[in-house]
Design a protein around this ligand. Structure first.
Ligand code: SF4
Ligand code: SF4
Length: 501
């Protein structure tokens, strides 16, 4: 198709006085950016292939490398910006839908950063989490409207099945296939050690990971890949995925190149065939249909496992959640528009869905108004980046949060956003054995445990500062939040006052 219209996005800068020609960068780069030129006797780089994953920078023994954003620019134009022009060039070349991975990177409002947390002063003193007990455990599932006890004080009311978490965090769905075996093992082991849960995503459960069943949520998506009776019974809960924040309204697509070996066996589809999950579940066109599936799954697992229904945050999410709460589901997971993905059409990822903060507040309020809030627990996901995001989400009404991108960052992900190529240099979003082995599950699980141990401590400090000593007392406590730089309408939807009020 002739000349390339696109100048490389990144520039590889090599400090030749530091470079010792060890060729580590060449061996480490699956994108084949670095090459030793025999004739010139030195290293060269093909900038056009660089995705800025920073693997070579991190491993270069002499710190000789630097990757910078190329400052070669188009003529300034507030309307026709560089990314828009480049995307048109790409589509004019390929004729195809643009694909991206990870979450929406557009400069849309991040409401977590416009919400501030309270702290006690003088009256209602703060609590010191190092000296006083602090409860971070949560139980997810339907709560009975009243509790009755036997004469001896024991509980008479039969509790619906619950998930017990040591802290209000779970690893969100990431399928085996979209991420590597070693990434899954790291998540499973960390979930077990932390007393939380990880989620299979729609790829089925590898036979080696059945031993982590007590800390596993098994997912059923529209493609029903890898779903069988043993799989349903293996996990502590079952999640029906109706939608995902990164790509609401469409199904999933794992390219055939990633359906190799155990991935194909686990998904129960032939090697090399594309795994395409349809946009809808072909047996769900109404809340009544959803109810049928919820109760079929309960029936299949003897009413012993909570059923989660996961939806993308979209317009009318409050009404949708109200329907789901009435479908018999025990937990609703809402995924905001910044949620990550292994691959999504760029236009969908960047333009469809709404922020989790607004969706969560609207859902919690609607369920309260309808008197059915205790019929379900709420999990909020879609770019939860820190302990303070979690505290804000709980105060807005969540029972727990899903994290995925932050967990992958803990495993080494540098957010190069090219997971869809299968060439993840950090051994995470790949099935190539030589890349997978770069992620050591011993180290990976330790890093995840470290991250969440640190977050748990920060959550306790933030709660203590507010004079609150349990997640239960924080949940939906919007008086603890204030908005900054928000409109009246935004404050109204979030159900919080402005700072200074
Ligand atoms: S890893 Fe660093 S020192 Fe080794 S060849 Fe590459 S740039 Fe040179
Ligand atoms: S998982 Fe790998 S490919 Fe995906 S964004 Fe992170 S570093 Fe890049």
């Amino acid at each position: 198709m002739g000349i390339s219209y696109i100048y490389p996005e990144f520039e590889v800068i090599r400090n030749t006085s530091r470079c010792i020609g060890c060729r580590v960068c060449e061996r480490q780069c699956a994108n084949e950016v670095h090459l030793f030129d025999q004739e010139l006797g030195c290293m060269t780089a093909d900038d056009a292939k660089c995705v800025d994953c920073q693997r070579c920078v991190a491993l270069c023994p002499t710190r000789a490398l630097k990757i910078v954003k190329n400052d070669c620019s188009f003529r300034e134009n507030a309307n026709w910006q560089a990314d828009t022009i480049k995307e048109i060039y790409k589509q004019a070349q390929s004729g195809g839908v643009l694909l991206s991975s990870m979450g929406n990177p557009k400069p849309l409002p991040v409401y977590w950063d416009k919400i501030l947390i309270n702290a006690s002063q003088v009256t209602n003193p703060p609590i010191d989490p190092l000296r006083e007990p602090m409860e971070t455990r949560v139980f997810l599932g339907k709560k009975p409207s009243e509790i009755t006890r036997n004469p001896d004080g024991t509980l008479k009311t039969e509790l619906p099945p619950q998930l017990e978490l040591s802290m209000p965090v779970m690893f969100s769905a990431m399928s085996y296939g979209s991420i590597s075996y070693n990434a899954h093992e790291s998540l499973a082991r960390a979930a077990q050690e932390l007393g939380i849960y990880y989620n299979t995503g729609e790829g089925g459960l590898h036979e080696d990971f059945y031993c982590y069943g007590d800390n596993t949520v098994v997912q059923i998506a529209s493609g029903r890949f890898g779903v069988h009776e043993e799989y349903l019974s293996a996990g502590a809960a079952i999640e029906i995925k109706m939608g995902q924040g990164a790509k609401p309204g469409i199904g999933g697509h794992l390219p055939g190149a990633k359906i190799v070996g155990d991935v194909s066996k686990t998904r129960m589809i032939p090697e090399g065939s594309d795994a395409i999950s349809p946009a809808p579940h072909h047996d769900i066109y109404s809340i009544e249909d959803l109810r049928q599936l919820v109760f079929s799954l309960k029936e299949a697992t003897n009413y012993k496992k909570p059923i989660i229904v996961k939806v993308a945050a979209v317009h009318n999410i409050a009404a949708i959640a109200s329907g789901i709460a009435r479908s018999g589901a025990d937990i609703i997971a809402i995924d905001g528009f910044r949620g990550g993905t292994g691959a999504a059409p760029t236009r969908i990822r960047d333009s469809v869905g709404i922020p989790i903060e607004l969706a969560l507040a609207a859902v919690d309020q609607r369920l309260r108004d309808e008197g059915i809030r205790n019929n379900v627990s709420l999990i909020a996901g879609g770019s939860i980046r820190s302990a303070s995001d979690i505290v804000k989400a709980i105060a807005l009404g969540a029972d727990a949060c899903y994290i995925a991108t932050s967990a992958l960052i803990a495993l080494g992900c540098h957010l190069c956003r090219t997971c869809q190529t299968g060439k993840c240099n950090w051994g995470i979003a790949t099935q190539r054995p030589e890349l997978v082995k770069r992620l050591n599950p011993d180290i990976g699980s330790t890093r995840l445990v470290n991250l969440l141990t640190a977050w748990r401590h920060e959550i306790m400090e933030l709660m203590g500062g507010m004079g609150i000593n349990s997640i239960e007392a924080l949940r939906g406590n919007r008086l603890m939040l204030r908005g900054i730089n928000l409109t009246e309408k935004e404050l109204e939807i979030l159900g919080i006052s402005h700072a200074g009020e």
